[in-house]
Ligand binder design. Structure first.
Ligand code: FPP
Ligand code: MG
Length: 337
């Protein structure tokens, strides 16, 4: 999904003027990303082009730009484009690394960098993108923003380490899983919103509200990601089904299903968990998730996070940009890819 399609699919359609403005801004981020992908090293350029060409909603630069405007503050286009590109470069680096960790063959329906170029080249190019993001941050030069982004990226990376550490734990407590979601996803969406508001010189109350909005939006986003892993339409998600389960990663639908299983059923599911489940057994486990309302409960938890994100918007001045932040919650809750 390109960024203009992203803005166009928002349920409450933003006014055309704002739509054009946001599309132009994120288009400028896209151009900056292309510039950043240039390198004297051909392999870096090739992996950069593959990553850029795979598309993406550019949700993080969009959150940064919209938060800046919704905070009531003012920022130059040049700064918001540079910061947006920095945030997207970090996101791209994490996904390249994540696909290596997951052994993923496809993302967004296209072959991953690790599949085409091998794990070593993919990991190292992810490092290059991360380094380029740091360079953009330094060029912006705002120490408070540098501190905040560094802390969020640390939390994100530690979240991924924590997730790998609990891999294979079939009885992962729900609380521990939610903590991982906070660390690996919500800390960074919070950061994107805060960066926009801080760059725009917003007041502490607005920065705080936008940060909490970003946190809850990120939690909702990742819970939906957990659900799509089991229930998504492969043609839409562009990812293989049940990667988490096959890899032995307990996520919310499985954790909630476990509460409803008999001892005998638990033994059956645990035996398949991360252990080469057949298509028929997987279909049955997913059917249980639906019949025993584990999917429904997970979705309700995502909706609760969405409602909390919505609650934070009340602290912001009324604006069309604030309405767009509201539509993004609806988009995240109804997304199929
Ligand atoms: C996708 O989640 C992955 C993340 C949100 C974080 C990945 C972080 C790292 C690999 C470590 C840090 C790396 C850098 C460069 C700082 P998911 O695996 O649940 O979703 P998916 O279904 O899209 O794979
Ligand atoms: Mg993954």
């Amino acid at each position: 999904m390109t960024v203009s399609t992203f803005f166009h699919v928002l349920k409450s359609r933003p006014p055309l003027r704002l739509l054009a403005q946001l599309s132009e801004l994120v288009g400028a981020v896209e151009a900056e990303l292309r510039l950043q992908m240039s390198s004297d090293v051909e392999l870096v350029e090739q992996i950069g082009a593959l990553t850029l060409g795979a598309g993406g909603k550019r949700l993080r630069p969009a959150l940064c730009a919209i938060s800046a405007a919704a905070s009531g503050g003012v920022v130059t286009k040049e700064r918001i484009v540079r910061l947006g590109a920095c945030l997207e470069l970090i996101h791209m680096a994490t996904l390249i690394h994540d696909d290596v960790i997951d052994g993923a063959a496809t993302r967004r329906g296209k072959p991953t960098a690790s599949i085409i170029f091998g794990n070593t080249s993919a990991i190292l190019t992810g490092d290059v993108l991360l380094a380029k993001a740091m360079k953009l941050l330094a060029e912006d030069g705002d120490l408070a923003i540098i501190r905040m982004v560094s802390a969020a990226v640390t939390e994100l990376a530690e979240g991924e380490v924590k997730e790998v550490a609990v891999r294979g734990d079939y009885l992962l407590p729900q609380e521990d899983h939610l903590k991982i979601l906070r660390m690996k996803t919500a800390a960074f969406t919070e950061c994107c919103c805060r960066v926009g508001a801080m760059a725009a010189g917003a007041g502490e109350a607005q920065i705080q509200a936008l940060g909490l909005y970003g946190h809850h939006l990120g939690m909702a986003f990742q819970i939906i990601d957990d659900i799509l892993d089991f229930r998504g339409d492969h043609a839409k998600t562009g990812k293989p089904l049940a990667t988490d389960f096959r890899e032995g990663q307990a996520t919310l639908p499985l954790i909630l299903l476990n509460d409803t299983l008999s001892q005998e059923e638990k033994v059956f599911v645990e035996e398949k968990f991360g252990n080469g489940v057949s298509d028929a057994d997987l279909a049955m486990i997913i059917r249980w998730m639906t019949e025993r309302k584990a999917i429904q409960k997970a979705f309700l938890m995502a909706e609760e996070e969405g409602a909390k994100a919505q609650g934070q918007l009340a602290a912001l001045p009324k604006s069309e940009e604030r309405d767009v932040l509201h539509s993004i919650i609806e988009f995240v809750l109804s997304r199929e890819s």
